[in-house]
Design a protein around this ligand. Structure first.
Ligand SMILES: Nc1ncnc2c1ncn2[C@@H]1O[C@H](COP(=O)(O)OP(=O)(O)OP(=O)(O)O)[C@@H](O)[C@H]1O
Ligand SMILES: [Mg+2]
Length: 426
């Protein structure tokens, strides 16, 4: 008998009904609890299917989801069915019972399938003795996301309460699927953004390296040559005595301006991409940057290393350098510290970085977002960059007690990967 959810008389005695109802409500509350706790779609579907199988004494069953583009239903989780059959099933709307349920948005309850020869269940052909069959739409805001189908070898009658309960499960699951799909879309979009951001950082570093190289090879060399030539001209003019003191004074000014511009360009090159980072690695580059930025401000800086210092793949060294550069910049700009200690600890599978200053500290809980003026950008970009390397980072600070910035990043695997890729060429 096919029942579509309306006015079914309650056949069973009250005692059995009460028992069954409490069992079913318990299952419903388990489904609700699972739905509210989980965001992983497959886990949600699996737990719901298990519970519905349990309350219906189901032998076989599954949850089919509707693909929005192809408008076909396919199994996402199932029980008691063989994968080779299930994987081939893609039901159009209106096709077979599940397709009809999805199309009409109405559940189907069959109390004895053997009495209905017109019913086709392509996936159930190999299961003997099936009697009861339930197919419920999974819907949210009248939109159908899929269907849950259950078949049982035990014949049963469906009361109005049963039907309401199964609709309730279908509706709850529909909402959970909608949320899980939205969450999944959001997660994928975020993942895409992170990948893009990481690629941008790599491209930015490469561009910085290229501009630094060009400035060094072209501009810096020319300025150095110009300065030497001016020096030679001044010396010759002074020896020959054929130029006025005033003119020689002007030449000297031009020469010292050239030296000044040369220094500025060297500074710019170092900020863009310190040559030391490529030649000698992270520790010397950090030491040089820390000393040149903090010592002129009267801040003593110590750079200490622990463990076996080793070279890391260039993108890891560059990312770490930018993070530490930001933290050093913050000490210079905001800390009013007298001392700063930078520690780099090389463990076999981890690199631990710490920068501790004894300055005025700040209330970290107040930095919740990037402000209009850029405040917070440094700290958030540190967390992102370290995240790209699969690491974790943090900042501990209290007003009046100084600030500690730290980061841990995994290096074993990355290093192995880099080494492995190098070997065929070397
Ligand atoms: N070592 C520190 N000592 C004291 N205050 C700090 C320290 N590091 C960060 N801060 C506080 O945290 C705020 C946020 O730092 P963040 O690096 O994110 O931004 P910013 O330095 O203001 O801007 P930007 O880094 O873009 O120049 C700073 O404005 C400062 O108030
Ligand atoms: Mg900053």
């Amino acid at each position: 008998m096919a029942v579509e959810g309306q006015n079914i008389p309650d056949y069973e005695n009250c005692e059995n009904n009460a028992e069954r109802l409490s069992r079913e409500l318990l299952a419903l509350s388990r489904v609700s609890a699972a739905l509210s706790e989980l965001s992983d779609l497959d886990a949600i579907l699996r737990i719901t299917l298990d519970n519905v199988l349990q309350i219906t004494n189901g032998t076989v069953g599954g949850i089919l989801l509707l693909d929005e583009e192809s408008k076909t239903l396919s199994y996402r989780v199932y029980h008691g069915l063989t994968s080779d059959i299930v994987e081939k099933i893609h039901l159009k709307l209106g096709e077979s019972i599940s397709g009809k349920v999805a199309e009409s948005n109405k559940a189907v309850f069959l109390e004895d399938t053997s009495k209905d020869p017109n019913i086709t269940f392509p996936e159930l052909l190999n299961v003997d003795g099936l009697k009861t069959f339930i197919s419920i739409p999974l819907r949210a805001k009248q939109q159908v996301f899929g269907v849950i189908t259950i078949a049982s070898q035990i014949q049963r009658r469906f009361t109005q309460t049963d039907i309401s309960l199964f609709y309730a499960i279908g509706d709850q699951l529909g909402i959970a699927i909608e949320y899980a799909m939205l969450y999944e879309r959001l997660r994928k979009a975020r993942e895409r953004l992170r990948r893009l951001a990481r690629q941008n950082l790599v491209a930015e570093e490469e561009e910085r390296r290229r501009i630094a190289r060009e400035l060094h090879d072209e501009t810096s060399q020319s300025l150095s040559g110009l300065s030497l030539q001016l020096e030679a001209i001044i010396e010759i003019a002074q020896l020959n005595g054929n130029l006025s003191a005033d003119f020689i004074g002007k030449l000297k000014k031009v020469q010292s301006l050239t030296v000044h511009v040369h220094k500025e360009v060297s500074h710019l090159i170092s900020n863009l991409h310190p040559a030391l980072l490529d030649t000698l690695g992270l520790v010397p580059a950090i030491r040089q940057y820390a000393e040149t930025s903090l010592q002129p401000l009267g801040i003593n800086v110590f750079v200490e290393t622990l463990g076996n210092v080793k070279r890391l793949p260039s993108d890891i060294e560059a990312t770490l350098f930018r993070v530490i550069q930001g933290a050093i910049g913050n000490v210079a700009q905001h800390s009013k510290a007298r001392n700063a200690i930078i520690t780099l600890e090389y463990r076999p599978d981890q690199l631990l970085f710490k920068l501790k200053d004894d300055g005025q500290g700040f209330d970290v809980s107040k930095i919740t977002d990037i402000e209009e003026g850029g405040r917070g950008r440094g700290l958030f970009s540190m967390r992102e960059r370290i995240g790209f390397l699969g690491g974790t980072s943090g900042i501990d600070s209290k007003l009046g007690t100084g600030t500690t910035v730290w980061a841990n990043i995994p290096i074993g695997q990355e290093f192995y990967y880099a080494e492995k890729n190098k070997s065929p060429r070397s």
